[in-house]
Design a binder for this molecule. Structure first.
Ligand SMILES: NC(=O)c1ccc[n+]([C@@H]2O[C@H](COP(=O)([O-])OP(=O)(O)OC[C@H]3O[C@@H](n4cnc5c(N)ncnc54)[C@H](O)[C@@H]3O)[C@@H](O)[C@H]2O)c1
Length: 352
């Protein structure tokens, strides 16, 4: 390790890299962006100019061969996460991989095994855990709540989200993929919008539900489809005996909305999460049954993408646990699989 700073190479300079990760590197302590890898060379050059980073690699192998790179942030499409993360671990690099960790529990299990074999760190980019309001709520309910007996999670992506993002983010620079990549391109999994939306948004919803309320042992789910949009609803059975429900809408004709309510034996929390690009901390109302007092915290450092980078760096530099770790990443994927399976079969699905 290079001491008190973790040197990271970024794989993929697309939308989330430009909107979230590159700006976060400029603000985060304990990390330095030392190299960029992007197969679209015009985009790579543009991001090199924007960031001042001079180690620019169109090929991933070359990024992984760079001894300056101690860890890789994998910010490519979902179906590449596991393969690219495994390649990085085999090259001796720690990994921060975008959510969802993978597209099946089988491939996530291979990745989990490799993390355990190498002893390297892997964190999944479920950044909402690092919103100070969400982490306050989690600590509050774990410390004071006792057994969780009821939870609800609502996640509604808005048909107006692109406009909301464009109002506060720099315009996206699109690259020209190399001809070889276009010629050999596998079918784009994003073509199946229903499946893609469930996984890409559901990865956040189910990670947060587990973070706040613990493990889920069984799921019963249904979906409504209307004009290309979907609303998934479901019943969750919690490992402690509690029950919960979720609603995921992609996309809603309304505001962007994310809310969790958790009731334990002796405390409760209500968490209203903001659109992450607004960098507003989640609004939390937490009730402690013993003191009969409400808490309503204000989170100052509220950029969850900055906080997740700092947490990852701290995990590597000081050998602390990552959050979410590979086991959490796989658990969220298993929940997504269970939702799909329950919808297909029309039955309750038990998680192993
Ligand atoms: N955490 C969040 O809030 C959040 C938000 C949006 C997206 N995401 C996740 O981020 C990931 C990336 O999404 P995106 O919208 O930025 O995708 P994108 O397609 O806009 O960007 C991916 C980039 O990777 C490059 N790339 C692909 N294969 C490559 C290779 N082999 N070598 C080098 N470069 C390569 C592409 O050229 C592209 O520029 C997805 O997994 C998505 O689910 C997370």
């Amino acid at each position: 390790m290079s001491g008190q700073v973790l040197q990271i190479g970024l794989l993929g300079c697309g939308a989330i890299a430009q909107y979230a990760h590159i700006p976060a590197f400029a603000r985060a302590r304990q990390v330095r962006l030392v190299a960029l890898c992007e197969r679209a060379e015009d985009l790579l050059d543009a991001m090199g100019r924007r960031t001042g980073v001079s180690r620019l690699y169109p090929r991933y192998d070359d990024l992984l061969s760079d001894p300056q790179v101690e860890a890789v942030l994998v910010a490519v499409r979902d179906e590449l996460h596991v393969a690219m993360a495994m390649q990085a671990l085999r090259a001796g690099k720690h990994v921060l991989v975008e959510k969802p960790m993978g597209l099946s529990s089988g491939e996530c299990n291979d990745l989990l095994q490799l993390v355990q074999q190498t002893g390297l760190k892997l964190q999944v980019g479920s950044n909402k855990r690092h919103d100070p309001g969400v982490s306050f709520a989690r600590d509050f309910i774990v410390e004071r709540g006792g057994v969780i007996f009821s939870v609800s999670g609502i996640y509604r992506d808005s048909i107006f989200r692109s406009a909301m993002q464009e109002s506060c983010l720099d315009p996206l620079i699109r690259g020209t993929p190399p001809a070889a990549a276009l010629a050999s391109a596998a079918p784009d999994p994003r073509a199946d919008r229903e499946q893609y939306n469930l996984w890409t948004q559901g990865a956040h919803l189910f990670d947060n539900l587990r973070f706040l309320a613990g493990n889920v042992t069984a799921v019963t789910a249904q979906v409504a489809r209307l004009s290309g949009h979907c609303a998934w609803h479901g019943l969750l059975e919690l490992s402690g005996g509690g029950r919960g429900h979720f609603e995921l809408v992609c996309k809603s004709c309304g505001d962007w909305w994310e809310q969790y309510t958790v009731y334990g034996e002796t405390a409760s929390v209500d968490v209203q999460v903001s659109l992450p690009f607004y960098h507003r901390p989640a609004q939390v109302r937490a009730f402690d049954g013993q003191s009969q007092q409400w808490s309503h915290p204000l989170g100052g450092h509220s950029n969850a993408y900055v906080n997740q980078l700092e947490h990852f760096a701290d995990s590597v530099l000081n050998d602390h646990p990552t959050s979410p770790d590979a086991a959490d990443g796989m658990a969220a994927v298993k929940l997504l699989e269970a939702v799909s399976q329950s919808i297909r079969s029309g039955t309750r699905v038990q998680l192993a």
